[in-house]
Design a protein around this ligand. Structure first.
Ligand code: ZN
Length: 137
């Protein structure tokens, strides 16, 4: 059986603020300083007005499950399988992709309430994960 390896996360001038906040357990959303449009993943230019000016908004870390998939293969030693990966609609209006934990994949339902928590990941990074809202930590 072959295994894959998790590629390193590339920190750039445009996303370092996001990874630094994640390490502190905070989920930041990039916001255009000119028109207020929220965007994720982080990028240098506002897709609405082309402004390069931005600041951040701290997310409530709550949202609802928009879509998900359950991965069985290929398997990487850094994860446990079956691995559920979800797309969450955050309360603020942006979306985020992350692994889902704390719930059997058979029990996942679109629209269910989830929260974002943070945990250690490969390459000494801290990344978001999704859990049922109010679930055990
Ligand atoms: Zn803008």
């Amino acid at each position: 059986m072959s295994t894959t390896s998790v590629p390193p996360i590339i920190r750039t001038h445009d996303n370092v603020f996001w990874f630094d906040a994640a390490r502190e357990g905070r989920l930041l959303i990039q916001r255009c300083a000119d028109c207020g449009t929220l965007r994720h993943p982080p990028g240098p230019v506002c897709p609405s007005c082309r402004s390069f000016e931005w600041d951040t908004l701290e997310s409530s870390r709550r949202g609802t499950l928009h879509s998900f998939t359950v991965i069985h293969h290929p398997q990487d030693p850094a994860f446990t399988y079956p691995l559920a990966v979800g797309l969450i609609d955050l309360e603020e209006g942006t979306r985020l992709v992350a692994d889902i934990e704390g719930v059997d994949p058979e029990d996942l339902r679109l629209g269910m309430d989830l929260e974002v928590v943070f945990g250690a990941h490969a390459h000494d990074e801290t990344l978001p994960r999704l859990r049922p809202l109010g679930g055990d930590r």
